[in-house]
Design a protein around this ligand. Structure first.
Ligand code: ATR
Length: 273
């Protein structure tokens, strides 16, 4: 029987998930479809009822519903209960189970490069929706410590509290106080939205070197100024699209129980490159 999947959020028309998943269905000859379904803030409950009525097999959840969606789940995977946000839901005869594949999706590029991040020092820029999944990932891999730098210090303090609670030693600073201290870290992650509109790097990377790992979770444009500056220093760079693919392949595997066709999904995202 044909299966249906969706991504819910608002705005949703620019979501890349329908393309990525449809490419996987085509590659593996699966009788499945994947749609983008706009559910405005405040209409989540009705939206989920509608999806249940059409017997949706699974769906991804994006802004602004990742936290509120927790209320409507019947079962929680551990990834989702730790982070307190959900991005993937499976529907088993009306029983909704939530997962958070952002955490493992974030870690996937390190695994692909066989980089062990245990005991490394991390600088995380940003303290918004994505930061918790990233912190949970770093905690799982036992990095040494994490410094959270954010424009609004109160938001940084909140995620630092979360980090310390799950056993990862963290501290908060204001992003404009980083100065030339980027060189003191092994891994630098941009989880702010700076770069989406082609802005220049949110911090100076002048003093980093080729041993630094620089990761941007902004995936559009692919080559942000932040990553360009890191490349100039010979750093190892990790692209935002890799995390996007990582979370999508994990969601695919939860829903279909088979290995995701990574290369076909990557090609759908990047075109011929
Ligand atoms: P997401 O869900 O993608 O993480 P978000 O929750 O809106 O998005 O968080 C965006 C992050 O980018 C926040 O850390 C935000 O900083 P504030 O907490 O101070 O708002 C950060 N951010 C957005 N615009 C920024 C800018 N121009 N300079 C620095 N940081 C910025």
């Amino acid at each position: 029987m044909s299966k249906t999947f969706a991504v819910i959020g608002d705005p949703i028309d620019h979501s890349l998930s329908p393309n990525i998943h449809s490419a996987a269905f085509k590659e593996l000859n699966l009788d499945c479809s994947y749609i983008a379904y706009r559910i405005p803030k405040g209409e989540l409950e009705e939206g989920i009822e509608a999806l249940k009525k059409i017997k949706i097999n699974g769906f991804n959840v994006t802004i602004p519903h990742k936290i509120e969606m927790m209320k409507y789940l019947d079962k929680l995977d551990e990834s989702c209960s730790i982070i307190g946000a959900v991005n993937t839901v499976s529907n088993d005869d009306g029983i909704l189970k939530g997962y958070n594949t952002d955490m493992d999706g974030f870690l996937e590029p390190f695994k692909k490069r066989s980089i062990s991040i245990k005991n490394l020092k991390v600088l995380l820029l940003g303290a918004g929706g994505a930061a918790r999944a990233i912190i949970a990932g770093f905690a799982k891999e036992h990095v040494q410590s994490i410094t959270v730098a954010n424009r609004t210090i109160e938001n940084a303090k909140k995620v630092v509290e979360f980090s310390n609670k799950i056993g990862l030693n963290a501290n908060a600073i204001k992003i404009n106080e980083i100065g030339d201290s980027a060189k003191d870290y092994d891994i630098i992650v941009n989880a702010t939205s700076v770069g989406l509109k082609n802005e220049s790097s949110p911090i100076s990377l002048d003093d980093i070197n080729s041993k630094t790992i620089v990761y941007d979770i902004v995936y559009m444009p692919i080559n942000t100024d932040f990553l360009k500056k890191a490349k100039e220093k010979g750093a190892t760079i990790i692209y935002g699209y890799e995390m996007l693919l990582g979370q999508a392949t994990r969601a695919f595997e939860i829903w279909h129980g088979i290995e995701a066709p990574y290369n076909a999904m990557k090609k759908a995202l990047l075109g011929g490159t």
